[in-house]
Ligand binder design. Structure first.
Ligand code: AVJ
Ligand code: FE
Length: 436
């Protein structure tokens, strides 16, 4: 029944937009005005920029492109165009003050919800199955993750709290899982809200490989540190070694050693580094060096996706490691429900058919792969979402972190960043080829 179908698209779009705005509101009301305007790191925008940029993208794609409306405030467009002003410059722009930014985003949202009521979800690629609404909900959630990164960079007392994940008890399963070689389907042509870089579905050949059952833990990473890993050029690529020396890296971001203990700062609190938790805030070079030290390597992006989506019993790729059902709290640590990764080995109900855990949620996982288009890629709806970033400067991350909302996370979702970045919620797992 197409009428019923349209109703469920409308409901999902509405629920996703509301969830995103609730999160945005929380992240931009838990600090006072000076903290919204300040730049907490040259790597990040002031929070008030993200807020108005969220509204501006929603106005651009929903009100103007889908709805055919005139620009509400054409004079502000260039301020919130991410390509016109690098992040470091944004605090010096004549940005809308917090109250005005909030009002603008709310006005756009009111009109977008009216438009949602009258939109037909067929007949145009942009509105097919509610794509533009889903894209905008994902965009807002991506900036909610960005804003959470800014909160973590910010110094000062704790303003965000959340319950901890359930304790897991030490993981006693096998350390690694064999993924059989052969072709599998990578990417998607059917996921309605998948973004352009996840498309189209295509066959990919992968040789047999072993992959870690869980992400690499703080405890395992500490063994690398204590073995002198940061001082030994054998484990690093030339570029990685240059970077680790120049930047004087000695441990993951936010860690420091005090009275013989490793401590970390997390959203304004200082705590002992928990050994069973997936390591967080490492750059690609650190992940790659650790893997080499462990006698292993990072998985390629295709290997990661095969581990996450290939179901040997059905001989097909599923949407998530646990199957096709939407993520629920028992599957994965997503949505800023917790403000940290869950211990390695958590979420047995979220494991893949082969038994790989925590592929979705907890930490973004660095892969060995550069960010490149799939065969048959077509930029949609704008080439600045993905196309302009394709190339060897960016490495792909997979799986999403605790900070990612389910709407912006699936087995096909691709993220990317520079190999030096570590303010993002990044960790990794390792692999090795099965052929001896
Ligand atoms: C996909 C996370 C790399 O934040 O730069 C937000 C997402 N694109 N606004 C980013 C995005 C446009 C993007 N990443
Ligand atoms: Fe954006």
């Amino acid at each position: 029944d197409p009428a019923l179908d349209a109703e469920s698209v409308r409901e999902r779009a509405l629920a996703s937009l509301i969830t995103a705005r609730d999160r945005t509101t929380l992240l931009t009301t838990c600090v006072e005005e000076p903290d919204l305007i300040a730049q907490h790191s040259p790597l990040m925008s002031p929070l008030v920029w993200d807020l108005a940029h969220i509204g501006n993208q929603e106005e651009l794609w929903l009100l103007r492109n889908v709805g055919g409306r005139e620009a509400m405030r054409p004079e502000i467009d260039s301020l919130y165009d991410a390509f016109e002003h690098p992040r470091a410059e944004r605090p010096r722009l004549p940005l809308l003050p917090p109250e005005e930014a909030r009002r603008y985003a709310a006005e756009v949202r009111g009109r977008a919800l009216d438009l949602l009521e009258s939109t037909a979800f067929h007949g145009s690629l942009l509105t097919e199955a509610g794509f533009a609404f889903g894209m905008i909900a994902q965009h807002e959630q991506q900036h909610d993750e960005t804003m959470l990164i800014t909160h973590q960079l910010r110094t000062g007392p704790q303003v965000l709290t959340a319950p901890d994940p359930e304790p897991a008890g030490a993981f006693t399963g096998p350390a690694e899982v064999l993924v059989p070689g052969g072709p599998f389907t990578m990417g998607t042509s059917t996921e309605p809200w998948a973004l352009d870089n996840e498309r189209p579905a295509h066959r990919r050949e992968v040789e047999s490989f072993w992959i870690d059952t869980t992400p690499v833990t703080n405890g395992a990473y500490l063994a690398f540190i204590e073995d002198g890993g940061y001082d030994d050029p054998r484990w690093w690529t030339d570029e990685g070694w240059g970077h680790v020396r120049r930047a004087s890296l000695t441990a993951p971001l936010y860690w420091h050693r005090e009275a013989g203990q490793w401590l970390r700062r997390r959203f304004g609190a200082t705590e002992v580094v928990p050994p069973d938790e997936p390591v967080l805030h490492v750059c690609w070079y650190e992940a790659d060096a650790y893997a080499r030290w462990a006698g292993r390597r990072l998985p390629t992006e295709a290997e990661w996706e095969k581990a996450a989506r290939h179901d040997p019993a059905q001989d097909r790729s599923t949407r998530y490691p646990w199957g096709d059902d939407e993520p629920a709290p028992h599957h994965a640590n997503l949505g800023q429900r917790h403000l940290r990764p869950a211990p390695a080995g958590s979420y047995p109900k979220g494991e893949s058919p082969l038994g790989v855990r925590q592929l979705i949620g907890d930490v973004w996982e660095w892969t060995a792969s550069d960010f490149l288009p799939y065969p048959g890629f077509r930029a949609f709806p704008y080439k600045e979402y993905s196309e302009v970033f394709f190339g060897p400067e960016y490495k792909v991350l997979r799986g999403g972190s605790f900070a990612v909302d389910p709407v912006a996370c699936r087995g096909t979702f691709r993220n990317w960043d520079y190999p030096i970045r570590r303010q993002i919620f990044s960790g990794f797992r390792t692999a090795r080829s099965a052929a001896a």
